[in-house]
Design a binder for this molecule. Sequence first.
Ligand code: NDP
Length: 264
Amino acid sequence: MDLRMKDKVALITGGSVGIGLAVAEAFAREGVHLALCARDEARVQTEGRRIAEAHGVEVLALRADVTEPADVGRLCDAVEETFGGIDVLVNNAGTGSAETFVDAPDEKWQSYWDLHVMAAVRLARRLQPGMTARGGGAIIHNASICATQPLYYEPIYNVTKAALAMMSKCMAHEFIGYGIRVNTINLGLVLTPDWVKTAKTLTADGPTTWQEHLDTIAREATPIGRFATPEEVAPFFVFLASPLASYCVGSSYYVDGGWLRVVN
Ligand code: NDP
């Protein structure tokens, strides 16, 4: 299948590890030039160089904290200077944590709102004119199955990912008028280094290995009985961004091994 993406330009936030990195590599495989950002400059630059060499595409890898409006501004300026604009924006940067309503302070709620919602709002607002001038494009929000089906240990994550999915729906309504298709992907369990690190911490002193711990989570949660790999979910992002998905607007797509328990 020719996805007709060669020489397009994609900006992927959090493109230095895990899902964002796999998505970056999947775009690069289709000949898409990349702008990647993350807070750890050394890591994003190392991965950027590796992808550029492996796939023969241009990669701009920058340090930016997407919760900081000034960083978002600098990032967008640099991307437009280098490539003249972008065709695809993947809002992927995000994270979760465990907390309770009783203990979590306002600052924690605010930081997740900034990371999961405001970063995407600010990037879209700043980049839309340039995307439209290039003939339109696609914005993908990497939300989560938790936007619909919560994991009760991480209420702030669930709430802000639900807000992101609704924000994406509302943006889609407006942005299709600018030639930009906006959609959401809700992933289930995807085995990234962060999951491995947490599993190792939780099993350090017990009889269960970290692999057994993760296997149990996957067996109990998903009908498919296992985690996805980042590489397994990444091609869906590329398809959704491509002209072959030209009628996909304002939807949420689940890639979750059957984990979602309702029809949605
Ligand atoms: P990782 O923790 O592996 O990667 C997160 C990426 O985002 C890193 O590149 C990180 O780099 C970057 N990042 C985090 N905060 C910021 C910030 N403030 N500014 C810029 N970059 C930032 O996460 P995953 O790959 O697991 O998850 C990626 C996305 O997918 C997240 O939005 C997550 O919620 C979603 N998701 C993940 C699932 C999973 O099972 N893994 C399931 C469903 C959804 P750095 O730390 O250097 O900034």
